[in-house]
Design a protein around this ligand. Structure first.
Ligand code: APR
Length: 311
């Protein structure tokens, strides 16, 4: 393949993302993990599936970063996932150190890459990677909105018994309890769901979306969601690798857009070869703007925690 993507963390999200990247023949994949044998073993296993899955992507696993050199994209999933009863924010102490260390190595070997952050708490980890990499804001992007809106879409499709392909949804804000699903901009075959569902039903779907990650954690008990998070990261990578100019909700660094300054938070962005090529500003109602502000305040609080941790 003429493109190369490195995935850091060969755990549930990382290995699933590697599988999807390869099976879509988007790129060659370098899989890196701190645990010896795991990235090598998973890469070999995926390679042995290739003849059956009919793809020619090369997948290789390593414990060091040399092989990642010159990557077009680096997807960072390294870190610990949450367990039942934990919020994403509880991971900050452990994951900030991991993401900082990993990003420094990634940036040294792939100075022109676009970094996609998956590790949680997402918006705070984007800040860590932004500072540790020294990359421009266009090349550090967080995966959250694509996942949260996919969850909202899945619930809308189940509720109305329609194809998921007919659904479209927008979720803004931080990747946490304060996320801001936008029913007015969420549609089925172009029809806003506000015309198809009662307020009570919409409120229920919005609530389920905001706690979508926790719902999976409480079922799995030993870790957090990974199929949908991996799909979301790969959709972002595909938009960048193919220079699609695709508008997707992602965590991006705002400098005044939506009245927010100096913060990573979920907004619609245009993704192309250069990473975030534009931040799309949509009109929000007073209520929506207030919800986004509340969400931004909670990301700001995590930034303060990072400062205390010296991350
Ligand atoms: N360098 C490289 N890999 C690391 C490092 C490090 N410093 N520290 C941990 N890892 C690896 C672990 O060895 C493990 O294989 O990261 C991987 C994480 O995988 P899982 O434990 O399976 O977690 P996963 O479900 O993939 O979630 C990873 O993404 O969605 C978020 O909240 C989630 O922060 C979590 C991350």
């Amino acid at each position: 393949m003429d493109k190369k993507v490195t995935v850091i963390g060969a755990g549930n999200v990382g290995a699933t993302a590697a599988q999807r990247l390869a099976e879509k023949e988007l790129c060659d994949v370098v899989l890196i993990d701190i645990v010896e044998g795991v990235p090598q073993g998973k890469a070999l296993d995926l390679t042995e599936a290739a003849p059956i899955e009919k793809h020619d992507a090369h997948i290789k696993g390593f414990n060091s970063y040399e092989a990642s050199a010159g990557s077009d994209i680096v997807i960072i999933t390294a870190g610990i996932p949450r367990k039942p009863g934990m919020s994403r924010d509880d991971l900050i102490g452990t994951n900030a150190g991991i993401v900082k260390n990993v990003t420094k190595q990634v940036a040294a070997f792939s100075p022109d890459a676009v970094i996609i952050i998956v590790s949680n708490p997402l918006d705070a980890m984007c800040h860590v990677a932004f500072e540790a990499s020294g990359f421009p804001k266009s090349r550090v992007i967080g995966m959250a909105g694509v996942l949260d809106s996919a969850r909202f879409r899945a619930f809308i499709a189940m509720e109305l018994n329609v194809s998921v392909e007919n659904t479209h949804a927008f979720v803004l804000g931080g990747h946490g309890d304060t996320m801001v699903p936008l029913p007015r901009y969420s549609t089925v075959a172009g029809i806003p769901i506000t015309e198809l569902l009662s307020k009570d039903r919409i409120d229920a779907l919005v609530k389920r979306t905001a706690s979508g990650g926790a719902e999976i954690v409480s079922l799995l008990k030993t870790g957090s969601a990974y199929y949908a998070p991996a799909s979301a990261a790969v959709e972002m990578a595909e938009a960048i690798l193919k220079d699609k100019k695709k508008i997707l909700p992602c965590a991006a660094y705002l400098e005044g857009e939506y009245g927010i300054n100096g913060l990573f938070i979920g907004v619609p962005v245009k993704l192309g070869a250069k990473g975030v090529e534009e931040i799309i500003q949509i009109k929000l109602t007073g209520e929506e703007q207030a919800a986004l502000k509340k969400s931004a305040d909670s990301v700001e609080e995590l930034k303060a925690v990072l400062k205390k941790l010296g991350a």
